[in-house]
Design a protein around this ligand. Structure first.
Ligand code: GLC
Length: 789
């Protein structure tokens, strides 16, 4: 591709090649945007601008000043700390940072306007040794190099550990190369494919069914910088209500109010913590969304109220498919609004999902989202404050004719890929091929708005199965229909970490596995991993084995109870990490590479993860294993199984073997780390913790923080920072506080590890030193503690 002509208008560099157009801008500090349209110059005598874009994903960013230099064969545009440099003859370009390090090199751009699925393609250099994290909810190891993915949201029932595509499309990766991180985000909702140095070892090739490739190159240098900037562009999670971080039980097949009561009683009678019961499609009247089956759930408000008195919220499922039934209010109102997706002939598209026949709201439309939002008042009126949005790829079991042909199964008009709507279904003037991947965004946004209008003083909880980049603004994501298999337990670690590296940190996988039959040991170990999923829900399929913990015998109940106790103890830490997520985009569950980007070994740890910056989780994910090998990156690490006691300290980088009987979760606390835990409880109440224990691994420099508030609503908050470290032979710990939330506790405890000997502790009410661990009780308003040996 040779480029012959350019202009700069409003800080956008526009360059015309033989048949293509490039538009370059600095979308944000540290973010270069290159829109490349390989065949935009259909008429070769004109010099078109690319059309204005309404991105589904990008909602933020501040365009930076652009300085352009035209030097013979090279055009350079600089701004916001980045340089875009185009070789006018060869057509290749690079983005470099201020130190002229190459962040990305584009090798070629090609287009095939006739092709349905491969209209626009470009190849970026994939330097040897570079690792690729993220890409949303994808199978495979943390590092996706050598794999190929399709972005086409799919109801992947019975997927395997190498199935692709699944339910979510987030065309965003963080490239780690020589310790430096660079983000590549392709802002295309169109069906697309990426080949991550699989076909050609030195190329990453991206292909879209759309007319252009809209690439954001996001500077690091650290993975955290990339995530911050990516979430500056695409938005961040809102703070969830505390209850949604508690344990949840679900199953497809809780058929009546009595079933739900039985589950709550099952938990309470065994003193198992529980905060939510999810209600699946069984609650609806003939699968009609926003209805209740009056025979089986005669008084949902009463049920929700009774559950709440036991500390439990109900979370009903919401499916987008609207049953075609004259007189059914949602169908009639949607029809009056002309809210439903149409087929290529212009008729309302009719198909089958749970309701049959069904039609699908066109959530790309503002008025349709507003209409859908209106139904949430009815949920709030019965005491529902959270929902799970399912089948929103959207899933369709079949597509029928329409109008007078209603009921006749027809061959689909236009191609269909997976169980969904045809490529050429119509959302206004746009084809499904373009908006399919973004369908769930509108549905979740409508739900959030609906809740906000109906309960302005409470935080809603939303979790979605399908998603596109930006879903985090409205919803959490769970990983869909996994299987009760050890391989899926392992998969959940890389998959949830991959989502976390894609801006979606509020995530979970079905604990115990959805399809098939779990086993006592699998369920136990799954709870131990699930204790660290931000969303922790046991869920299973209608014809699966009953999966409540007590179905597997008393020994399982005990192991699960101990995992749940760990979960409820770590809520102050998780809640703080969720708050960090809302501000920085950093997920609670992190691949090791996020904090150790130059450590190649860390990049390859697929069954371990960091929980925050300082806790390393190395769970057992294999049947029969009672020990495992753990890789500890640089730093000093204290073994602290189940957060119960300090064990051996190791200096990383090191491979160590740890023991883990059936109730043990191998955990490590990094030197310098200080984490806040509370007492276990049967359900959550407030995130203004009445009982608080800091676990501190003493080092030269200590960092810990805690975010507290009421656990719901938008009221006062308090942030506590714990700092200090060894200073001339003594360990000093300092506490500093910001925010107006009044304290609810009079004392705090500190457990300090990593001390050789203790002679004196100043600033404490009480202290004791045993087995190398210092226990200190301080007044809750303490400001400094000094430990002298
Ligand atoms: C889908 C969901 C699953 C749910 C089922 C019935 O398969 O992924 O979680 O139980 O539908 O609603």
């Amino acid at each position: 591709m040779t480029y012959t002509r350019f202009e700069v208008v409003d800080d956008i560099l526009r360059v015309w090649g033989e048949s293509d157009v490039l538009e370059v801008s600095i979308a944000h500090e540290g973010v270069a945007r290159v829109r490349s349209a390989p065949h935009a110059r259909a008429n070769l005598v004109s010099f078109p601008k690319l059309p204005r874009k309404d991105s589904f994903a990008v909602v933020g960013g501040e365009r930076q000043r652009l300085t352009v230099d035209d030097d013979d064969d090279r055009l350079t545009a600089s701004g916001g700390g980045l340089n875009f440099s185009l070789d006018l003859r060869a057509g290749s370009w690079t983005v470099t940072n201020e130190s002229r390090q190459v962040l990305v090199e584009a090798l070629s751009t090609t287009g095939d306007p006739q092709s349905l699925l491969h209209k626009s393609t470009f190849s970026l250099g994939a330097p040897g040794g570079a690792a690729y994290l993220g890409f949303g909810e994808k199978v495979g190891p943390m590092d996706k190099r050598g794999l190929r993915f399709t972005f086409w949201n799919t109801d992947a029932f019975q997927h395997h550990t190498d199935s692709d595509p699944l339910y979510v499309s987030i065309p965003f990766t963080t490239v780690l190369h020589e310790g430096r991180a660079t983000g590549l985000f392709l802002d295309e909702s169109w069906r697309s494919e990426v080949d991550v140095a699989r076909e050609q070892v030195d190329r990453l090739t991206w292909t879209s069914a759309g007319p252009e490739l809209d690439l954001y190159v996001i500077a690091g240098p650290t993975p955290a910088d990339v995530l911050r900037r990516y979430t500056d562009l695409t938005g961040r999670h809102a703070m969830p209500p505390l209850w949604s971080l508690g344990a949840a039980q679900s199953r497809w097949g809780y058929e009546s109010a009595a079933d739900v009561r039985g589950v709550i009683e099952g938990y309470r009678s065994r003193e198992l913590p529980l905060d939510a019961v999810y209600v699946d499609i069984d609650y609806m009247d003939a699968y009609k969304v926003f209805t209740w089956d009056k025979a089986r759930f005669p008084d949902p408000a009463d049920l929700a109220d009774e559950a709440l008195t036991r500390g439990v919220r109900l979370v009903p499922i919401i499916d987008p498919g609207v049953k075609v039934e004259p007189g059914y209010h949602v169908y009639e109102e949607g029809k009056a609004l002309d809210a439903f997706v149409r087929d290529s002939r212009g008729d309302v598209l009719v198909g089958e999902v749970w309701p049959n026949p069904a039609v699908w709201p066109d959530f790309t439309r503002e008025d349709v989202r507003e209409w859908w939002a209106g139904y949430f008042q009815g949920l709030v009126d019965v005491g529902i404050v959270g929902v799970w949005n399912d089948m929103n790829e959207p899933a369709a079991f079949s597509i029928r004719g329409s109008g007078s042909h209603l009921g006749d199964i027809e061959r689909s008009r236009g191609s269909i890929e997976g169980k969904t709507l045809p490529y050429d279904a119509r959302h206004g003037t746009r084809r499904h091929l373009e908006v399919h991947n973004a369908y769930a965004l509108g549905m979740n946004n409508a739900a959030r708005r609906g809740f906000q209008a109906a309960m302005p003083n409470h935080r809603p909880f939303l979790v979605s199965r399908s998603a596109f980049a930006g879903i985090q603004r409205d919803s959490a994501v769970w990983s869909g229909d996994n299987t009760s298999a050890w391989s899926h337990l392992e998969l959940s670690v890389t998959m949830l970490c991959g989502l976390g590296m894609s801006g979606v940190g509020h995530v979970g996988a079905d604990v115990g596995g959805f399809l098939g039959h779990s086993s006592p040991e699998l369920l136990q170990r799954w709870y131990q991993v699930g204790a660290f999923y931000p969303m922790m829900r046991n869920h299973c399929v209608v014809d699966g084995r009953d999966q409540e913990p007590w179905r597997f015998g008393e020994a399982t109940v005990e192991v699960v109870r101990s995992a749940l106790r760990v979960r409820y103890q770590l809520l102050p830490l998780l809640y703080t990490l969720m708050h960090d997520l809302t501000r920085t985009g950093l997920p609670p569950m992190r691949p090791l590479a996020l904090h150790f980007p130059s450590d190649v070994r860390a990049t390859r740890c697929d069954t371990q993860f960091l929980f925050g910056e300082d806790v390393l989780v190395a769970p057992i994910t294999r049947a029969g294993h009672r020990q495992r090998l753990v890789y500890l990156p640089e730093g000093r690490w204290l073994e602290i199984p189940n957060f119960e006691r300090g064990g051996v300290t190791f200096d990383g980088p090191a491979d160590v073997t740890v023991q883990a009987d059936e109730r043990t979760i191998p955990l490590f606390l990094r030197a310098g780390g200080a984490i806040a835990l509370t007492e276990p409880a049967l359900h959550t109440t407030s995130a203004n913790w009445r009982s608080l224990t800091w676990h501190v691994h003493a080092a030269d420099s200590i960092r810990g923080h805690l975010y507290e508030d009421a656990g719901d609503g938008y009221g006062e908050s308090r942030e506590t920072r714990l700092t200090g470290g060894f200073q001339s032979g003594a360990l000093r710990l300092r506490r500093s506080v910001t925010g107006d939330l009044p304290l609810e506790r009079s004392t705090e405890t500190m457990v300090v590890y990593g001390l050789g000997n203790v002679a004196r502790v100043e600033g404490a009410q009480r202290w004791s030193f045993e087995n190398g661990t210092l226990h200190v009780t301080v007044g809750a308003t303490w400001s400094e503690v000094t430990v002298t040996s």
